[in-house]
Design a protein around this ligand. Structure first.
Ligand code: 13P
Length: 285
């Protein structure tokens, strides 16, 4: 396995008109599932690790060590990326732990502050060859059950341009996408994507990948999206497989390995589906 800066994977995708999927991972089994499926499908891939997931692992160095060990004999290119870094402290922790990419999410701050903080993160991260993703507008959340939470703000193209000028390598856009299961089918704002694309020269990132219809993903990719984040679908596959496995044998003490193995198999189907949807499958030479 080659651990590479995320920019390397994204630039090839931007050029080749596909997107690299970033899967949120919170366990050894999830990392095994994603890396093994990437090897099987010859796909570049990004492990997205959220600060909450970093905390669960114990430190940023842990998922890096797991990925390097699991991937040691796999012929793949992988970026390990901090998803929604919420402070400069969490960004620095990820860099120190060996991540090859960080997101600094200052989207909740006033624009001047987001620009200033992002510029500082770029200066430090780029000095050590680490990629930086920024965010403008706020990608909303739905809760685990699909109820919309009122916290989304669409990206402002002027602000997108200002943030892109900080030197970030890619920009997460809020264009009608949301984290979690969608309560109803999303309709991405392609007019806004077009307007932003005209103003910036860097790839866009589509968060909230779970549940965005195939045709909208494909269209977004033709318009400059080169990375798509997927969290909920993979998490759900693991949890459902674990629950189904336990339900089938309610009276038996199951080895944890049986549950983990079922999760990996179910998760691999999700990973494959998104690698095909983003057209990253088969892109590794
Ligand atoms: P979903 O959980 O909706 O797939 O979104 C994941 C994400 O965007 C992580 O940043």
């Amino acid at each position: 396995m080659k651990l590479v800066p995320m920019k390397k994977l994204m630039d090839a995708a931007y050029e080749g008109k596909y997107a690299v999927p970033a899967f949120n991972c919170a366990s050894l089994e999830m990392i095994q599932c994603v890396l093994q499926t990437a090897a099987k499908l010859r796909s570049p891939v990004i492990l997205g690790i959220h600060p909450v997931e970093v905390a669960y692992f114990g430190s940023a160095a842990v998922p890096v060590a797991i990925a390097k060990t699991v991937g040691a004999d796999l012929d793949i290119e992988v970026a390990i990326h901090l998803d929604h870094g919420d402070s400069e402290k969490s960004v620095m922790g990820a860099i120190r732990g060996g991540f090859s990419s960080v997101m600094y999410d200052g989207s909740h701050l006033p624009i001047d502050q987001n620009v200033e903080n992002s510029r500082r993160v770029v200066e430090i991260a780029h000095a050590v060859g680490v990629t930086v993703e920024g965010e403008i507008g706020t990608i909303g959340n739905t809760d685990e059950f699909g109820n919309k939470l009122e916290n989304a703000h669409l990206s402002d193209p002027d602000w997108a341009e200002r943030l892109a000028n900080t030197g970030i390598d890619c920009l997460a856009v809020a264009i009608g996408n949301a984290h979690g299961f969608y309560a109803e089918e999303p309709r991405l704002r392609f007019d806004l994507v077009e307007e932003i694309r005209r103003r910036i020269k860097i790839p866009m990132v589509l968060h909230g990948g779970t549940g965005i219809p195939y045709d909208q993903v494909q269209r977004a990719i033709t318009m400059g999206v080169a990375k798509m984040n997927v969290g909920t679908a993979l998490r759900y596959a693991f949890v459902k497989a674990a629950k189904d496995t336990c339900d089938r044998e309610p009276t038996k003490d199951l080895p944890l390995m049986t549950i983990g193995t079922a999760g990996i198999a179910a998760g691999a189907e999700v990973v494959q589906q998104y690698m095909e949807m983003t057209m990253s499958a088969g892109r590794l030479r």
